[in-house]
Structure formats: C-alpha cells, structure tokens
Design a protein around this ligand. Sequence first.
Ligand code: PMT
Length: 493
Amino acid sequence: MASITIRKLDSKTKQWLRMRAAKNGHSMEEEARLLFDQLQSNEISRQALPAGNFDSPSNKAAGVKQKTNSKSTPKAPSKTAPFSSEVLAGKNILLIISGGIAAYKCLILIRRLRERGARIKTVMTRAAEQFVTPMSVSALTAERVYSDLFDRDDEHDVGHIRLSREADLVLVVPATANLMAKMAHGLADDLASAILLATNEPVLLAPAMNPMMWQHPATVRNMRTLADDGIYSIGPGAGEMAESGEAGTGRMAEPEEILQAIEAMLDQRPKPLKGLSAVITSGPTREAIDPVRYLSNHSSGKQGHAIALALREAGADVTLVSGPVSIPNPLGVSVVRVETAEEMKQAVDQALPADIAIFVAAVADWRPAANADEKIKKAKGKSPPALKLMENPDILKGIGNRTKSRPALVVGFAAETQDVITHGKTKLEKKGADWILANDVSPEAGVMGGDFNTIRLISESGVEDWPKLNKQQVAYRLVDKIVGFFDEVVIEV
Ligand code: PMT
C-alpha cells in the first residue's frame, strides 16, 4: 500500500484542491479520491487543472467530518513556516508624535512594538513635547528623537528625506486635526509634515481630537482627501474625552488596536487558510436573574480573541461570536456581540456553514428559570429567594454531532479543575468534537482572565501536551495545527 500526502503537493494545486473540496462540500481527501476515480474513468485529464488565481472571496461550504473516514491519518503540525507573531521583527518604523493628550499612549505602543522586534525612530512636533518628553521616548526607543527640520547634524544629507525613506512604515500617533490638515494640503513647515510629504512608504494615522473637531466639515474633508491619497487610518473611537464632561467620537485607538493595524499592514506571511471560513466563540455569557443581576464567570475573551486573530492572519474568513468582554475586537474579523447562551447559539447558527468551528467561550451551563422584570427586593423577615436554574443549549454538542453541514473541523475547549485529561476525553466523545483543548482553570492556574494557558490537545489519536504558553502563542500553535489538518490528508492507494 502506498500513500500520497497532500501537503507535498505544490501550493497552487493544494489551494485549488481545497477550494474545489469546499465548493463540493467534501473533505480534501474525499475530493482527491473522486478526482482519481474520475481520472481513471477518463472523465477528466490533467489539462483540466486551472492555472489558478485563487484570490476569490471565501467559499462558504458545508464541510464533511474528516475523521469519520478512517483512512485519513492524524495531522501533525505543518512543518512549513509556523505561524508566529514575527511580522514586526526587524521592521523599521518611523513614529511621528504630534501634540495631543493621547501622546502618552505612545509610550505603551513603543514598548509593544519593541517587544515584537521592531526598530523605532521618532519625530516629535514641538506641541508633542508639551505632552511627553523626548527623554522618555528616547529611553524607550533607545534612539535619539528628531524634531528640527533644520538640524545641523542631519541636514547635510537632507535628514527628512532619509528618515522618510528608510522606514517600512510611517506611523502618526496621535494624529492631530492640525497635522492632518497640513498633510491634506501638502504643507511642509516642520520636520513631521516635511517627512509626511516626502515619504514613499505606507502611512498609518491614529487620529485623536475633540469630537467637535472630528465632526467639523474641514476635518471630514481632509480625512477624505487623505484616504484618496492612499493614507491609512485607525480610529478614532467613541468615549469620554480628556476634557471633563465631553464625550463622543475622537478618542484615539488603543495601543493594542494600533499594533494590530500595523501588523496587518506589514504582514507578508503566506495565507494557508485563505478560502476557508471559521466561526469562534469567546468570552463568558451572562444569564440575567433580574434587570440588574446576572450569573457569569471570569472568562476575559483573551484566548478566543487571540485564536480569531491568528486565524485571520492565516487568511481565514473569521466570524467571532463574543460574550461581554472588555478587550478590543480583533482587526479584520467580523464580530457579533451577544450576552446569553441562547443568543450565542443563534449567532453561531447564523455564521454557519463554516469550514472550522472553535468553541472557546465559557458558556453558562445553566440560566435562571425565571428572569424577573423588576429588581428582586429584600424584604424584612423573608428568607433569600431560591434560584431555580434550567439548562442552556450546548452549542458545541449541537454542532459537533450534526450529520449535515457540520464544519470540517470542530474544536472545543474543556475547562476543568480536576482530572483534566479524563474529563477532556469524555467531552471529546460526548460533544462530537475532533479536538478538545483541555485546560486547568483552577484559580491557582490563573488561566481564566490571565495571559497564559497550558493545553492538552486531545483527539482520537491521543493526547498532546503543550508547554505553558501565552495565549497568543497557544493561538498560533493551534492555527499551525489547523493548517496541518487541512494540508496533511494522507490518501492510501
Ligand atoms: O477567556 P479567557 O480568560 O482567555 O479564558 C479562556 C478559557 C479558560 C475560557 C478557555 O481556555 C476555556 O477553557 N474555554 C472553555 C470554557 C468552558 O465553558 O468549558 P466547558 O468544559 O464547560 O465546556 C466544554 C466546551 O463546550 C467548550 O468548548 C464550551 O465552549 C462548550 N460549551 C459549553 C457549554 C455550552 N452550553 N455550550 C458550549 O458550547
């Protein structure tokens, strides 16, 4: 008996096979078998394989459960380029800080960028120096800070041109209404505006200003001009302003969101999951007792959101169904916000069909049988009200055990405080999942709400112990495994 590993096919043929399988609602293995059958009966010939431009939007097709075919072998992590957060390693970023109260957030952004291996040179406007000191910026970037258009040291080689050309990206954080107006009109009367006029590199702005300034027709006009000129922007968001009592749209995007935008712009990694769709649940659910009280848990959404982002970075078309969390939405992912388990189930059903479904949410197993219309009152001499619970729908179990339109890969988590592997194995079976990522959520482990996780991946073929990783690393490792799943189907012939 011989075997053919689909991973060993060239990437164009693999992508073509994946799209064709998705379109016909087959696993890649089944599709390949059908093709062989057809070839054998001379129905198709090699010439029929398209040269292939596979950039079409994702083909949402119902997957077929691969593991039911006993001849598809377990999938090891792909040995080709693993997914990681190395997009920014070695990248040169020119950061322009203009004068606004949000300038202090640059210090956090600089740290995050450097943690990811980026090199940062900074230009500060005179106004920016009123909000953060060049010394703090210089200490964090480990580089000198530039501010003068006519710097004796730099102008001998036309410093502003050099600065604008040696960066992979020019970043303006915060971008004030004034600086954006200068950009829109091609003014160059200081170092920052001269660089922005001289650069031939991509530019990303993070606008921040008072809501009235943001809404002003002049700013609206300038933003439109900048967008037409090919300038990118992130935010601003809505919220409270630094000026007391003011609220509205004008708040600068958070450093984490800006970071994601930068990574998306500079990301040149291959997209092995392009053409596949995924639905992920994340965060807790809230089950109302009355209008002011609810049952919930400590899930923060960090793990689920990180997986959604990593899948998007690998090229998948991702829908994230999130319970109430306080972390930002992952960029480029379509997010559906829900409160209760019932709402989460409906949102997941609506996001199907999908090729991949991953259930990370800590869904409340039960909800109060009655949700009081008014706040339940304490009454003197009366004992506390008894809370009667009823079962919530099990979303994973419903999808995992589907016979029709089941995603090709269904992954669940198991949150346990004891006998992690035994309970994880039971959940794999009962919930009809292909993989269960079991984790210890006892308070000492600090997984719920924390930044780290220790996973045991349970599948039909056994248990894989992962080391303690941060949640982004868990996400990349899982995505790597998913790439392997869709690539490494072995057909025995
Ligand atoms: O959000 P973080 O702070 O980052 O924390 C991450 C996490 C601890 C929440 C995550 O790693 C995790 O373990 N998620 C699963 C939480 C859970 O509810 O586990 P469970 O063992 O009770 O449920 C098993 C599986 O069934 C899970 O995939 C769950 O999403 C799913 N489920 C459970 C109940 C239900 N009614 N519907 C479901 O879909």
